[in-house]
Write a protein that binds this ligand. Structure first.
Ligand code: SAM
Length: 265
C-alpha cells in the first residue's frame, strides 16, 4: 500500500478519462524518447509505455521506485532514474537516446516553477514538454503584459518556448484531491528565436530584478543594472513598471546594455 507523501507533492491521478486525454494529447510514437517526471504509481506511465515501447522516468520516492521496478508491476521497457529531478541532467540522456526528449509529467506542484527554470536551462535537448500544473501557474505562463499574472515566469518562457494552455482538470481527478484546480499545458521550444536575444543571462538578470520589485518603477527596480538613459535609449518609460514591459523590450534593453559592454554583476 503506497501512501501519498505531501513533501513529494504526491497527488495521484485516478480519472481514466483524463489519463486517456493526456496520453492522446501527448500522442507519443514508437521510437520517440519520452521522459516522464514523477511517474508515481504509473497512472500515465503505463499508457505512455504502451504507446512508445520504451520510456525513461525520473522519480525521487524510493518506495515508488521499488514498485515501478518490480517485475510484477509489468512495466517492461521502463527505465527509472532514481533522482531529484531538480538536479537531473537531461543532456546525457538525450545523447544516449540519440534524439531530443519529449518531457511529460503531472508535476509535483511544490517544485513546479524551479523545475521549469531547470528545464529551460537544458532546452537544447528538449523537443517538447507537456505538464499538469496548478491552473494558476499555467495562467501565469500564458499571461499578456499588463496584468497581475504576467511575471518573471511569463517573460523567461516567452524567450524560449511557445506556451499552449490545453485543458483544465478538477481536483476530484486525483487522490488525494489537491486544494487547487489544475491545468494541462504544452511548451514547444521556438524553432527560431521570436526576438533577438544576444545574452540570455543578462536578460534573466534584468527580468528578475524588474519583477523582484514589481511595484517599483523600472528606474528604481533596475538600479545598478540599467540607468534612466539606457531605459530611454530603447524607447521605454523609466517610470513604467515591470508588468508593462513586453519580453522583446526586456531583450532590447539587454542588447543595449551588452553593446555598452555590460557584465552581469
Ligand atoms: N505521475 C503520477 C500521477 O499522475 O499519478 C504522480 C504525480 S505526483 C503529482 C508527482 C510525482 O513526482 C510523485 O511520484 C513524486 O514522488 C514525484 N516527485 C516529487 N518530487 C520529485 C523530485 N524532486 N524529483 C523527482 N520526482 C519527484
Amino acid at each position: 500500500m503506497i501512501v501519498a507523501r505531501k513533501r513529494f507533492g504526491q497527488n495521484f491521478l485516478h480519472d481514466q478519462g483524463i489519463i486517456r486525454r493526456i496520453v492522446q494529447t501527448v500522442a507519443p510514437r514508437p521510437g520517440e524518447a519520452v521522459v516522464e517526471i514523477g511517474p508515481g504509481r504509473a497512472a500515465i506511465t503505463r499508457p505512455l509505455l504502451a504507446a512508445c515501447g520504451q520510456l525513461d522516468a525520473v522519480e525521487i520516492d524510493r518506495d515508488l521506485i521499488a514498485l515501478l521496478r518490480d517485475p510484477d508491476t509489468g512495466l517492461d521497457g521502463l527505465t527509472v532514474h532514481e533522482a531529484d529531478v531538480l538536479r537531473f541532467d537531461f543532456r546525457p540522456l538525450a545523447r544516449e537516446r540519440k534524439q531530443s526528449l519529449r518531457v511529460v509529467g503531472n508535476l509535483p506542484y511544490n517544485i513546479s516553477t524551479p523545475l521549469i527554470f531547470h528545464l529551460l536551462d537544458q532546452i537544447e535537448v528538449i523537443q517538447d514538454m507537456h505538464f499538469m500544473l496548478q491552473r494558476e501557474v499555467v495562467e501565469r505562463m500564458a499571461a499578456a503584459p499588463g496584468g497581475g499574472d504576467y511575471g518573471r515566469l511569463t517573460v523567461m518562457l516567452a524567450a524560449q518556448v511557445e506556451v499552449f494552455p490545453l485543458f483544465h482538470i478538477a481536483p476530484g481527478c486525483f487522490t488525494p484531491a489537491p486544494q487547487v484546480e489544475s491545468a494541462f499545458v504544452r511548451l514547444v521550444p521556438h524553432a527560431r528565436p521570436p526576438f533577438p536575444l544576444p545574452d540570455k543571462a543578462l536578460y534573466a538578470r534584468l527580468v528578475s530584478a524588474a519583477f523582484g520589485q514589481r511595484r517599483k518603477t523600472l528606474r528604481n527596480a533596475l538600479k545598478g543594472l540599467a540607468g534612466e538613459a539606457d531605459i530611454r535609449a530603447v524607447g521605454l518609460d523609466p517610470t513604467a513598471r515591470a508588468e508593462q514591459i513586453a519580453p522583446p523590450q526586456y531583450a532590447a534593453l539587454a542588447s543595449h546594455l551588452l553593446s555598452l559592454g555590460a557584465v552581469i554583476p
